[in-house]
Ligand binder design. Structure first.
Ligand SMILES: Cc1cc2nc3c(=O)[nH]c(=O)nc-3n(C[C@H](O)[C@H](O)[C@H](O)COP(=O)(O)O)c2cc1C
Length: 252
């Protein structure tokens, strides 16, 4: 059974524009995966604290501290949030744009899931992702426009999320937005309808994976989440597929 991790970052909660857009994406995913379970994570009111000193020190340390090994302090919440990500087959993030980028609540979540020796490692070649990839959908609401138009403003949200999610292995990221919520209600209605058309076009263009394909992807996910400890009989019909995927994952 597939799992959808639904993260919401607006302080306005379920009435917010980004929440409603992200809910629509979840509904379209449920059409493809009717038996999927949903894990909800509301960050809007500041439910994720800032990281503590031991956690901050971990990034520069060559080896894990005792707090890191025992999952104390920020490591404990980090582990909970990383495990939510690991079991998710799809991630849907509803977020407003705040000061040209992500709200601080989403940044606090990112600081907890982008964890050295857990979701990425640092080697000679720089940071190497440890999580398996899966589709991530980001639903953005902004008061003004940032992707086009005359009053276009800087957008640090899209490139930032692409970079930081990619750093931990989440590279399949698709953005949908309602840009211009501060405009007149009539204009906002037109923008919402346009975004709805884009959503429908996107989801109707996706072919449903075959049961075989789904079984392969789930099997691969289990193996990757199991620390890449690969043991399966050579007679396994999905063995060549998994071997190929693991080779490409290790080579990243
Ligand atoms: C602290 C703060 C900063 C904001 N910064 C921006 C911004 O840089 N650009 C923008 O277009 N809108 C900005 N807005 C407006 C919100 O993006 C807009 O109201 C959006 O629709 C809120 O989405 P929500 O209903 O999902 O919370 C800001 C709002 C707040 C509260």
């Amino acid at each position: 059974m597939a799992n959808i991790l639904h993260i919401n970052c607006s302080p306005v909660g379920p009435r917010s524009e980004s929440y409603k857009l992200s809910e629509r994406i979840v509904a379209l995913l449920l059409k493809r995966e009717p038996t999927a379970t949903i894990t909800g994570r509301f960050l809007g009111s500041g439910t994720i604290p800032h990281i503590d000193a031991e956690y901050a020190a971990a990034l520069g340390a060559a080896e894990a501290s005792s707090a890191e090994k025992r999952l104390e302090g920020s490591f404990s919440l980090s582990e909970e949030l990383v495990q939510e990500l690991e079991i998710a087959d799809y991630v849907v993030i509803g977020t407003p744009m705040h000061n040209f980028t992500v709200p601080s609540t989403l940044k606090a979540w990112i600081d907890h899931v982008a964890r050295v020796r857990r979701t990425f490692t640092i080697g000679r070649q720089g940071k190497v992702a440890s999580l398996r990839d899966r589709p991530v959908f980001v639903a953005v609401a902004s008061g003004g426009r940032y992707s086009s138009g005359p009053a276009r403003q800087p957008d640090f949200l899209t490139p930032y999320l692409n970079a930081v999610l990619g750093m931990i292995g989440l590279c399949d990221v698709t953005f949908f937005s309602i840009e211009g919520t501060a405009l007149s209600p009539e204009t906002v209605a037109v923008i919402r309808a346009e975004t709805e058309r884009k959503l429908e076009a996107h989801f109707s263009s996706l072919s449903s994976p075959s049961p075989d394909e789904l079984a392969k992807q789930r099997r691969l996910g289990e193996l990757l989440d199991d620390g890449l400890k690969l043991t399966f009989p050579a007679s396994d019909p999905v063995a060549p597929f998994i071997e190929e995927q693991l080779t490409s994952h290790r080579g990243r």
